[in-house]
Design a protein around this ligand. Structure first.
Ligand code: ADP
Ligand code: ZN
Ligand code: ZN
Length: 784
């Protein structure tokens, strides 16, 4: 890594006033850039046209950054308009066609140059009244244009690619027949197919194959032309329908029975929200299965939301074997499959929908239950517009249709816990592990004392010894290295100088994203020095990346079979499956991974879990850092000792006295929550307040500043009378991303809905003439 930090000099040296979260996924930026353009279009599109004689028209919410609905003619040859129907309409300059939803089927329009609907996506509306109402609520609450909300609620492919058949590929050659001179992509296509055959999931869809191999349609067709593979078409099928259900493998234990006895009447009693607080391995999933079955037996549907990653795990396999007609929504689905699923669900052919946050929108006709598993996970928050939270939308949807919600977790979020304390949510507990298994014993070790002098190692003495012993006994190990935050310490190898914070003496951490050095305690930031401040020697960035640990494992345990699992190595669902399967069958000894390995895994032979550094997630200066660290430790520790063997957990840290670490080691959720709640209440942070964050960005720093200041002024004028605190603009924690300067404005209100009430119906005016891109994030989770 270069020491030159080109940006550092130019950036404002901001001391961070805002809490912040993870270096998150940035897939969303592109979409928002598009949104900026749409705002421009909207200016021309919204110029009031002269009035004409009234004509019959429809009102449409278009998928663009505009704050009103638009009138369109509905040509007779398209049939009869219906509310909830999806259409494509010309919009803005030129005649670009975009997605829209009919929200008013009988509108009289006096607009003059009125355009006509171009295409009807589905003749029978996909959205029923309750889904339309849910969309309106999301639009109002999350300050997002209605048409964009509707576009997010239906997978974009639905309709457009609603083919009834799809192309699939079979392998027709053996590896030894493959020509030696194959292109990289061609080779990858063949490898994918070979792997699929080994796993018994051949054929693969052409679309999926293109996605995972990076090969084009033509490349794949050429392979078929050479006789190495065969292409075929087949009807689209609703994946993973259970052919035959397995009987219940055991009786519910006493705790589970007590929970079911309390839950069962709620399942037929309209809307309610219940937090199911059960320690890891307490049998929550089993409770989900029984509750879902009660609902499906009564002819209704259930939705189970899971953090994205859990879709690859055994939990899913268990659900499929035990529940009827499960539709699984996951990122590996092709467009055609997705479209097909959505229609099958609408037509009532699926009883259960399992999926990540967007599955909360599944158009089930007779919804009877929503379960949100590990409701505290940050993956439930969408980081592109509309920035909704899957759990909160689940609760809203359930209230609209009069169905119960269950929020399950071993570490409920403080938001949900607060609602329990206010008696808005009910609580049921599973305080013990099933079959009398003990919770794993946690050992917190001080990383500094664990290191051999003069060596930079990440796996200390204690963990190394425990690992060696576990491997000797033929047991398996999970190692967690949460790489989020990318922390690197600044260190001089020649004089052992370490860069420390001038005010609190904690080691400073270099941030890749900002190219700045930061103290994670007081948030003091500084430029990276060019040379050691003590001896003038060359400085070293001592990183804690996962690859580094992989190298260390090879040196220390050369005989152990290790797999690494992180977003760099796991690029397709099949790769996940392979590592899971190999670990389950005992072909691997050590599974090293990021937070991916922390959730939902149930491997009986895992006796040891090592948290390489609890500090990487603590280090992130965000008011939820402690909560996240606590959750992460409890979750990953929960992977150990799930069968007969007593589980053991070693947590390495530089801050062994940190309450989140200490209390996690004692499995003391109640203690942690009491402490954390008190601090949040003192600091007026959520769940005691509600936040809304605006980001203003532009390629030109001055325009970004001007836009941010104008917006902040308007927000202050509007919101100060309502008692809302408006702080900023200030440079965002990542002040510059991809050449865009970013400024943030943070609103804090004492209650939910205050900001929305004031800004409702005023968004167009609020953003008018602000010549920078504006992002609104309600209840923000990611503060970067
Ligand atoms: P959680 O979701 O709370 O982590 P699970 O539902 O995955 O817990 O249960 C943990 C393990 O215990 C699973 O392997 C499951 O099959 C098993 N299990 C669950 N309930 C029972 C029970 N009543 N009796 C025996 N084993 C059970
Ligand atoms: Zn400091
Ligand atoms: Zn030095």
């Amino acid at each position: 890594m270069s020491f030159e930090s080109r940006h550092a000099a130019k950036l404002p040296a901001c001391s961070v006033i805002l809490p912040r979260a993870t270096v998150g996924n940035r897939r969303g930026w592109k979409y928002d850039a598009g949104m900026a353009k749409l705002f421009e279009d909207a200016e021309t599109a919204e110029a009031p046209p002269p009035d004409g004689p009234p004509v019959a028209a429809v009102g449409i919410a278009v998928a663009a950054g505009v704050w009103s609905t638009y009138d369109y003619l509905y040509p007779a040859e398209l049939g009869t308009p219906a509310v909830g129907q999806r259409v494509r309409v010309p919009f803005g300059r030129g005649s670009r066609k975009i997605f829209g939803v009919v929200v008013d089927a009988e509108r009289m329009s006096t607009r003059k140059a009125i355009k006509a609907v171009a295409e009807v996506v589905d003749a029978r509306p996909l959205f029923d009244e309750s889904l339309l109402a849910l969309g309106r609520w999301i639009s109002e609450y999350y300050l997002a244009p209605l048409g964009m909300v509707y576009a997010a609620m239906a997978p974009s492919a639905v309709g457009r690619h609603a083919e009834k058949s799809e192309t699939v590929a079979f392998l027709t050659s053996e590896r030894r027949d493959w020509p030696s001179r194959l292109g990289g992509r061609q080779k990858r296509v063949l490898d994918e197919l070979l792997e699929a055959r080994k796993q018994g999931v051949e054929p693969l869809t052409l679309e999926g194959l293109m996605h995972h191999s990076g090969a084009s349609r033509d490349t794949i067709k050429r392979l078929a032309g050479r006789g190495l593979i065969r292409l075929d078409t087949r009807p689209v099928t609703l994946e993973m329908l259970s052919p035959e259900l397995e009987a219940d493998p055991f009786e519910l234990n006493e705790d589970q029975q007590a929970v079911m006895a309390a839950l069962s009447p709620k399942l037929t009693d309209g809307f309610s929200t219940t937090v199911l607080f059960g320690v890891t391995g307490s049998g929550k999933t089993e409770v989900y299965i029984r509750a879902i079955r009660q609902v499906t037996d009564a002819g209704k549907q259930a939705i189970l939301l899971v953090p994205e990653i859990a879709l690859a795990t055994q939990t899913l396999q268990r659900l499929l074997k035990r529940l009827p007609r499960v539709a699984v929504m996951h990122s590996g689905l092709t467009d055609a499959q997705r479209a097909f699923h959505w229609r099958q669900i609408r037509d009532g052919h699926a009883s259960v929908v399992v999926g990540p946050r967007s599955a909360v929108f599944a158009p089930t006709p007779n919804l009877g239950l929503i379960i949100v598993d590990e409701e505290g996970e940050s993956t439930y928050k969408q980081d592109t517009a509309p920035r909704y939270h899957g759990r909160d939308v689940a609760v809203k949807r359930a209230s609209l249709v009069g169905a119960p919600v269950v929020l399950g977790s071993a570490t409920p979020s403080l938001e949900s816990w607060h609602n329990v304390e206010l008696s808005r949510y009910d609580i049921l507990r599973l305080p013990r592990r099933v079959r009398g298994l003990p919770l794993p014993a946690l050992e917190v070790v001080h990383l500094r004392r664990e290191m051999q002098p003069g060596r930079i190692e990440l796996i200390g003495k204690t963990l190394t010894n425990r690992m060696a012993a576990a491997l000797d006994r033929g047991e398996q190990i999970i190692l967690l290295m949460n790489r989020r935050g990318y922390a690197s310490y600044v260190f001089c190898p020649s004089c052992k100088w370490e860069m420390r914070c001038p005010s609190c003496w904690h080691p400073m951490v270099f941030h890749q994203a900002t190219q700045l050095v930061m103290c994670h305690y007081c948030n003091h930031t500084a430029a990276l020095p060019e040379h050691c401040l003590d001896c003038g020697g060359k400085l070293l960035l001592f990183g804690l990346g996962i690859q580094r640990i992989e190298g260390e494992l090879t040196r220390k345990f050369p005989a152990a079979r290790t797999a690494r699992m992180d977003s760099d190595t796991m690029t397709s669902p099949r790769q996940f499956r392979k590592v899971f399967d190999d670990f389950a069958s005992g072909e691997l000894d050590i599974l090293l991974g990021t937070q991916m390995v922390g959730k939902g895994l149930d491997f009986p032979r895992v006796s040891l879990v090592g948290v390489v550094s609890a500090d990487t997630s603590l280090a992130i200066p965000d008011f939820r850092a402690s909560e996240r660290t606590f959750r992460l430790i409890v979750q990953v520790a929960g992977r150990a000792g799930r069968a007969e063997r007593q589980g053991q957990v070693v947590v390495q840290t530089l801050h062994p006295d940190e309450p989140a670490v200490k209390l996690a080691a004692e499995h003391d959720y109640d203690g942690f929550v009491a402490l954390e709640m008190a601090q949040r209440a003192d600091a007026k942070l959520p769940p005691f307040t509600r936040m809304v964050r605006f980001i203003v960005r532009h390629n030109h720093q001055l325009k970004a500043v001007a836009g941010a200041e104008e917006l902040a002024g308007r927000l202050k004028r509007l919101l100060a009378p309502a008692g809302v605190a408006v702080v900023g603009p200030a440079p965002a924690d990542i002040p510059r991303i991809r050449d865009q300067f970013r400024f943030s404005i943070l609103l804090t209100a004492s209650r939910a809905g205050v900001v929305q009430k004031v800004l409702g119906g005023r968004m167009a005016g609020l953003l008018h003439d602000i010549h920078a891109e504006v992002i609104a994030d309600v209840d923000p989770v990611n503060f970067l």
